[in-house]
Design a binder for this molecule. Structure first.
Ligand code: KG4
Ligand code: ZN
Length: 345
């Protein structure tokens, strides 16, 4: 089966070709530089860029996979959640192609697709579910922080999410307070490497709360007050590194401890993780350490599949098709606020 997948839910235009789990092409045009100027994603600009990039990105993916559109068996696109105008472009293009080729179309849930990205492994990258087992999955990006119980193949239940800011948003907003460019997550990652994570005892919001929800706005506010009272940090390189390392340590500690605790409580033997924030090196290290200590297997999405990509969309669609899920209507609408619980829970 050859699947052509489209992803345009936020600021990455991506088209991928997946064949029997094998990722034959995964082309991503990132708009980060465009939005950096505004300190965040501007929906109308994102939509305009998707319009501009979608056809060249699709052509590049087909060329890389050495494939003609007629050889595509199934077309898939992200249906939601995401920015409405951005979603519309990828979804409508994919539906039009499915209609023209007379092929089935799958409109998939963006976070359900993230659940599949840690299973894309190796060189060349291939999705394989031979060693699938029930697990807890952490999805952390600029817009979302989700803890999900995947209790069977293609079946899941949302355990918790953030009550306010997402973990990536916390990286980005504290980085902004430090004068770092958007998105600040990768900058904090690099600056933290030379800093002392114990320099500041910033709060670990909801770490010890028995529920699975997260909250990061209090941590951002603590950093804001600290910088208001200690403006000298902004011009002192060592102090900036200590602050980055301490903020990062607080975010990482909350994410890791709540994920491992949920996995142990539910009695699963595996933890998976994906989303842009999973590129963070300290988070990858700490998750490995804590899962090892707790006797849990860990599957971390490779950095290329952590951030938004169409390979995970195509992999999910191929999987749903194999599981016998019916295709989506060719004229189905976007679902910008689609609840993960509503998709194959
Ligand atoms: O999944 P993603 O590419 O886009 C969505 O938000 O959907 O995630 C982007 C987020 C941003 O908040 C960015 O700062 C964060 O992921 N991020 C990181 C790192 N790389 C990306 N945060 C911390 N450390 C990193 N190395
Ligand atoms: Zn995402």
């Amino acid at each position: 089966m050859t699947v052509l997948g489209f992803e345009t839910s936020c600021d990455e235009t991506s088209v991928a070709v997946v064949q029997g789990g094998l990722v034959r092409a995964n082309v991503v045009a990132s708009q980060i530089r465009l939005h950096a100027e505004y300190g965040g994603v501007v929906p109308e600009l994102a939509a305009r860029e998707h319009l501009r990039n979608l056809i060249p990105v699709a052509q590049a993916a087909l060329r890389e996979a050495d494939l003609s559109p007629k050889e595509v068996d199934l077309v898939a696109a992200t249906r939601g959640p995401g920015l409405p105008t951005a979603l519309l472009i990828g979804l409508r293009a994919a539906q039009a192609l499915a209609f023209a080729l007379n092929r089935p179309f799958y409109g998939v849930h963006h976070h359900e697709a993230h659940l599949y990205s840690p299973w894309i492994r190796g060189r060349p990258p291939r999705a394989s579910f031979e060693d699938f087992e029930p697990h807890v999955s952490l999805i952390v990006s600029g817009g979302h922080t989700l803890l999900v119980h995947v209790w069977a193949e293609g079946r899941h239940r949302l355990l918790g999410s953030t009550l306010d800011d997402a973990a990536g948003e916390c990286f980005d907003k504290t980085g902004k307070l430090l004068g770092l460019p958007y998105p600040a997550g990768p900058w904090i990652d690099r600056l933290a490497e030379g800093g002392n994570p114990n320099a500041h005892g910033f709060p670990r919001p909801l770490r010890d709360d028995p529920g699975d929800d997260f909250s990061f706005s209090g941590l951002k506010t603590a950093v804001r007050y600290y910088l208001r009272d200690h403006p000298e940090v902004l011009t002192n390189e060592a102090a900036r590194r200590d602050l980055c390392a301490s903020v990062q340590a607080a975010i990482v500690e909350v994410l890791v401890s709540k994920t491992v605790r949920a996995a142990l409580r539910l009695g699963v033997g595996l933890v998976t993780a994906s989303g842009g924030v999973i590129c963070n090196r300290a988070l990858r290290r700490e998750l490995s350490r804590a899962c090892g200590e707790a006797g849990l297997r860990l599957l971390l999405a490779e950095p290329a599949f952590c951030t938004d990509n169409a390979a995970m969309v195509a992999v999910l669609a191929e999987h749903l098709h194999r599981l016998g899920q019916p295709p989506t209507d060719e004229d189905a609408e976007i679902l910008p606020d689609w609840d993960l619980e509503a998709a194959h829970a």
